[in-house]
Design a protein around this ligand. Sequence first.
Ligand SMILES: [Zn+2]
Length: 309
Amino acid sequence: MKIFDAHCDVLYKMFLDSSIQFNESEKLEVTLIGMISGGIKVQCFAIFIPQSIHPEMRFNAALYMIELFYEKIILPFPKLRVITTQFDLENLAEDEMGAILTLEGCDAIGNDLVKLKTLLRLGVTSIGLTWNHSNYVADGILEERGAGLSAFGKKVVSVLNTTHTWCDVSHLSERGFWDVIEYSDYPVASHSNCYSLCPNPRNLTNDQIEALIDRNSVLGITFVPEFLTSRNEATVTDVLRHLEYVCSLGGEEHVGFGSDFDGTDGKLPKGLMNVRDYDHLMNELVKYYSSKQVENFMYRNFINRYPKK
Ligand SMILES: [Zn+2]
C-alpha cells in the first residue's frame, strides 16, 4: 500500500548540519532507506526558516534549502522524483517515489510577491502562510493579536489560486484560517490534529475541520505528542483516536497523515519514531478499517486533492 506524508523537516536539519546525508543517517527520521522500508510513495519536504535568521536573509535561506533539496535529496537518487503536478504523481513508476517541496511560513518572502512567485517556479507547490508568529501575510496561532490575512496576505492567496497551489493553514491564526476558507481555492492542513481531543492551540476545532471537509480539503494527522494528547507521552492509539474523530465528523475521505518527522526534537509517539514505523501504523489501521479506507487515509485523500495545473 502507498503512503503519502504531508510534512517533515528533513531540510531544516540538513540546513543546520551540512554533514547529514539523506540516503541513511542516524540524525534523520526520514531517509531514503527509511522511505523505502516504510513504504512511503510521496513525501513532502518543508522549507522552514527559523526566526533566528535575520529577516533580510530569510529568502536566501529558503533558496539555500531548495538547493539542498535538489542537490542532496533529488539528484543523487534517480528513483526519487520531484512532484509539481498531478501528472507527475500519476506517472510515478512502480519503483519510484515522489518528493514535494513545501514552504512552512511565508516569512521567507517578506512583503514581496516576486519572491513568492520565484519559490513557486523553483518547484514549491504548497505554501504555509505562517509559522507560529506573525509575518506580512497573517498572524500565526501563537500571536496574541490573532489577526487574519493582511491586504498583502490576500494577494498571496490570490497568487496561490491562479497558480493552483495548496494554501496550508497549519500554524495559522484562527481568523487567518477562516479567511483562507473564504479566499483560497486550495486550502489544506498539512499537520494539525483535533482540538476536541487535545486542546492545544495548534489543533483544529470541530468547526474548522468541518469547514475543511465542506471545502473538499484534507488534513494530515500529525504525530507530535503534544498535539495528540495532554499526557506526557503518546502512542499509535492516540493517532488513531484523532483519525477516527475526523471520520466521525464526516471526514473519512478528507484525512491523511503529516508526521512532522525531524521537526519534533525526537519527541514522537512510542512505535512511531521514524518513517519506517509507518508499517506499525498500517498494522493498527487494518485492524479497524477496510483496505479501501486505509488506502484513502494513507495515500488517496491527499493525492486526490493535489491541485491540478
Ligand atoms: Zn510545523
